[in-house]
Design a protein around this ligand. Structure first.
Ligand SMILES: Nc1ncnc2c1ncn2[C@@H]1O[C@H](COP(=O)(O)OP(=O)(O)O)[C@@H](O)[C@H]1O
Ligand SMILES: [Mg+2]
Length: 253
């Protein structure tokens, strides 16, 4: 699916979320264009994961409007959104820990194809080829027989990124994919993600709370603070933004 460059891939307006009687997100607006790689950053508790959950259809009763491919997707459940081309990964790993790397990747392809009920030898052979190719892409070909529980955190996150790509989403939401990683693993993952975005034209939101890491990779940065979007712009704009500086230097981090 491709979009005219003038048409946003995702346009969220006036998004509001209340959880347990508390306003977690208020009047948040976000526009993404096809091929955008947006880094969503902000202090812990700012509402980043909640915002991702809103887009991915995991929260009931969200206010506002979320237009994706010309349709308001706000009330659609995750499975319907996946069919429309929205995929995500989670802050906490959700791979099947006791299955092998290859089995996990196979599961992702089979689930994405919707053919699990009629898995034939031909379908299996095709999926396993694709699973191997994706493991190659995310740098896990050598680990394909290993159990996920035995992988490093960095390798697990790369596996999950590959599993999310298996559904070939147009919009991919990555919630803190680098959480808990070493600096080297972070750079590796970020470069891989940026390369995939460039190679495929996918639109991507990447949640990352470390602002130094954000500045290295982002083309566009969105800063969330206390449930609101504080600033959006190029890394240079964000660096020069006094309000953002105040949040990060003022102990709000
Ligand atoms: N189910 C919930 N009920 C009440 N408050 C919640 C719930 N989930 C998250 N929150 C609150 O919403 C705020 C934003 O959380 P979150 O989206 O996880 O932030 P971030 O991902 O930016 O760290 C936090 O203050 C958190 O305590
Ligand atoms: Mg979070």
């Amino acid at each position: 699916m491709s979009f005219a460059t003038s048409q946003p891939a995702l346009s969220a307006t006036g998004v509001g979320v209340r959880l347990g009687g508390v306003t977690v997100i208020e009047e948040a607006d976000l526009t993404l264009h096809a091929g955008d790689l947006v880094l969503l950053t902000g202090p812990n508790g700012a509402g980043k994961s909640t915002f991702i959950a809103c887009i991915a259809g995991q929260l009931p009763g969200v206010e506002g409007e979320m237009i994706f491919k010309g349709e308001n997707i706000l009330a659609l459940p995750p499975a319907r959104l996946a069919k429309r081309g929205i995929g995500r990964t989670f802050q906490i790993s959700r791979a099947f820990l006791h299955m092998s790397v290859l089995e996990n990747m196979m599961a992702a392809y089979v689930i994405a194809s919707g053919k699990w009920a009629s898995l034939s030898g031909r379908v299996y052979a095709e999926k396993i080829d694709r699973a191997h190719a994706m493991l190659e892409t995310v740098g896990l070909a050598e680990r394909s027989r290993d159990t996920v529980a035995d992988l490093s955190l960095g390798d697990r996150k790369r596996l999950e990124f590959g599993m999310a790509l298996a559904a070939d989403p147009d919009l991919l939401l990555l919630d803190e994919p680098t959480a808990g990683m070493s600096i080297k693993e972070r750079h590796f993952l970020m470069e891989m993600v940026a390369e995939r975005v460039d190679a495929t034209g996918k639109t991507l939101i990447f949640v990352e709370h470390d602002i130094d890491v954000v500045m290295k990779i982002a083309r566009r940065v969105t800063v969330m603070v206390r449930g609101a979007i504080l600033a959006q712009g190029s890394p240079e704009d964000i660096k020069a933004n006094d309000e953002v500086q105040a949040v990060y230097l003022g102990g709000g981090h």
